[in-house]
Design a protein around this ligand. Structure first.
Ligand code: B16
Ligand code: MG
Length: 217
């Protein structure tokens, strides 16, 4: 029986992908690296250090660990400054309605994000009150597609993985949910999240009615 929900942040609750894009583009331009929206898509759901490695591989660049960290920190400073522009108007359509519904129906709710800036984003949205548990990029060391961030969420909620539905927009996020034994809802196109148990094009279609009808016992 479904008792809890675990939500990814970027691409599910709000769209920070554009802000990540601008910050990586800024750094890449400064470094003389090639970076475009197609490459940005590959960074969906993966950690900051994994992201910079993807960009370096694409540009055939090799750097030592300390330099990689320095550049990732630089990108993060640009990204964090841009978070000031997020307001409570910036939920993805449908996300706030679903979170409100889950609260009134008494479900447990956790965040399961790769971002170390997740709390700042939730504060900007005024969304902290919707969550019983916050799992973010500081909660576990192994990032998606490892299931650790979702297992952290279910354990803190006092639930088993098969009591919970994970909402994800990233291919590796659905892989992580499946690896942990969770039910999964994919938000986005078939070619990205078609391996989820249930898929919607956007959060707007992901109503509690639809979800309950699909996952009924
Ligand atoms: P940070 P999610 C992910 O968020 C983003 O999709 C991904 O592009 C980013 O690299 C990652 O967070 C880490 O973010 O640099 O803020 O720690 O989808 O897991 O909520
Ligand atoms: Mg995401």
């Amino acid at each position: 029986m479904i008792k809890g929900f675990i939500f990814d942040l970027d691409g599910v609750i709000t769209d920070t992908a554009e802000l990540h894009y601008e910050a990586w583009k800024n750094l890449s331009d400064e470094m003389g690296w090639d970076f475009d929206r197609e490459l940005n898509e590959q960074l969906r759901g993966i950690s900051r250090l994994d992201s910079i490695r993807v960009i370096m591989d694409h540009n055939n660049v090799e750097l030592e660990g300390a330099k990689i960290e320095e550049l990732a920190n630089k990108k993060n400073e640009i990204y964090v400054a841009s978070l000031e522009n997020i307001t409570p108007e910036d939920y993805l359509p449908g996300a706030k309605v679903l979170l409100t519904h889950l609260r009134t129906e008494g479900f447990k709710v956790a965040l399961g994000s790769a971002s170390k800036n997740a709390i700042k984003v939730l504060e900007q949205l005024n969304a902290m009150g919707y969550f019983d548990v916050i799992g973010d990029g500081t909660s576990v060391s192994k990032s998606k597609p490892a299931p650790d961030i979702f297992l952290y969420g279910s354990e803190k909620m006092g639930l088993q993985p098969d009591d919970c539905i994970v909402f994800e927009d990233a291919e590796k996020g659905i892989d992580a949910a499946k690896a942990g034994g969770f039910y999964s809802v994919g938000i986005g196109p078939e070619e990205r999240v078609g391996h989820a148990d249930l898929r919607f094009d956007s959060m707007n279609e992901a109503t509690l009615f639809e979800i309950k009808s699909f996952f009924k016992d």
